[in-house]
Design a protein around this ligand. Structure first.
Ligand SMILES: [Zn+2]
Length: 169
């Protein structure tokens, strides 16, 4: 068994990378994260990620290895159910779906989609809400290094069953 406590490392991931670099290790990025893959990797699909966080790997860990399934948009109930079946089949017992929400800095509108422009007032002064373990947080409140990493994250996409409106303002 490997003790692999993966801290929700908003700041610690940045510190560890800095400390490793100071100790002379090769550190190709300014912050670490708790995924089993590079966040910017566009070659892995949704199924690959469940597999990487599935039984074959996590059975050798003491815990704390959550899959953050980053998706570009919310799925239909049928699609979520299918992914729950995938998780069960792969033995991935600790995961979350993460779809960035758009928040308008001008009018406060929150939209469940990942947009460049506010759907209510058309402002381009928008920020994004993304899920940390247990709560949502503005990406602009991330540390500088983590914001760079967040911009690189690849959000997977499934085939759409239908267009959905999901505005909360
Ligand atoms: Zn707005």
């Amino acid at each position: 068994m490997f003790n692999c406590e993966m801290i929700p490392a908003e700041n610690v991931g940045v510190k560890h990378a800095k400390w490793d670099r100071e100790d002379g290790y090769f550190v190709p990025r300014d912050c670490y994260n708790s995924y089993f893959y590079r966040v910017e990797d566009t070659t892995l699909n949704v199924i690959d990620k469940f597999r990487l966080h599935g039984k074959k790997y996590i059975e050798r860990l003491t815990g704390g290895s959550a899959l953050h399934m980053n998706l570009e948009e919310h799925l239909t109930k049928t699609q979520y159910r299918q992914l729950l079946r995938v998780a069960a089949r792969e033995g991935c017992n600790y995961f979350t779906f993460n779809i960035p929400n758009t928040v308008c800095n001008e009018c406060g509108c929150i939209d469940k989609r990942y947009l460049k422009q506010c759907p209510k007032c058309a402002s381009r002064n928008v920020d994004y809400l993304t899920r940390i373990i247990g709560y949502m947080k503005r990406v602009s409140n991330f540390s500088a290094a983590r914001q760079v990493e967040a911009k690189k994250r690849y959000y997977g996409k499934l085939e759409k069953e239908k267009e959905k409106e999901a505005v909360l303002c």
